[in-house]
Design a protein around this ligand. Sequence first.
Ligand code: PBG
Length: 329
Amino acid sequence: MNAEYPVARPRRLRRTASMRRMVAGTRLHPAELILPMFVKEGIADPQPVASMPGVVQHTRDSLRKAAHEAAEAGVGGVILFGVPLHKDARGSAADDPRGVVQLALADLASEVGDALVLMSDTCLDEYTDHGHCGLLTESGEVDNDATLERYASAAVAQARAGSRVIAPSGMMDGQVGAIRQALDADGFTEIPILAYSAKYASAFYGPFRDAAECAPQFGDRSAYQQDPAGPIGEALREVRLDLAEGADAVMVKPALAYLDILRQIRDLVEVPVAAYQVSGEYAMVEAAAANGWIDRERIIMESLVAIRRSGADMILTYWATEVARRLRA
Ligand code: PBG
């Protein structure tokens, strides 16, 4: 090996911490993190979610406190999921002004004001007794068009209660347009829609179904959520349709196993793109870390950096408050 070889030495830019910090191409900021939170009706104390160590189903009071902590840590937003006491076939609690998520939205609107962005997931699965994301036909299929009216009504109820971003997650065709029309008709022209545009029928949602108590009582969601092995262009098509219907921002879900989709979408659109690091991604890391098999903090930061690097402007993560604090420290 002669003295001039190698000429190119990429390691020069990696030698010291200050050098690495200066040349970093991907940075995380607390404001781009969004914390998903569960609020349950009729409980006296927060209930731990067994498959998501560190995550709880909140009471209205503990939710206030946790949202306040998230705001103090600089987290950008929270997204609420309601767990009602009574469920029925049409998901009545979803648009009931006295429904738990509506009450919790009103609490937070007064508690945290504009210190963070108050968002709400709009779907029916947490509210239906059968656990599907929409109304069922007699043969047990999810009825797309009948469900749209329910989503529109739920979105308006959430906006009236104080939600500042409506995030429809049910994967019904036309849901963004139906919600946009209903919000506008009710005077909420200023409320943006963050569409769960590319949402896959994923086993990574397993622990969420404990947290939100919304496992389907029969079948699965494959007839409305996207097939992980589905047509290559499907995610882009969903995104284009949602934008045409008036979506202000779009989402990819899950995150880590769908970074290719995230990158494709980022390269296509002009609107902000969010990625949802879902319950199964969280649970896998917590479980392996609890066994001492991985370095928990490094894995969390590395996965978030990967999601950011792949094009996410915003990341929904159950670690939002913890990570925001670490970023500020
Ligand atoms: C539907 C919804 C789900 C998640 C967010 N919104 C569940 C599903 O589609 O089955 C999953 C989030 C997670 O796994 O963390 N309301």
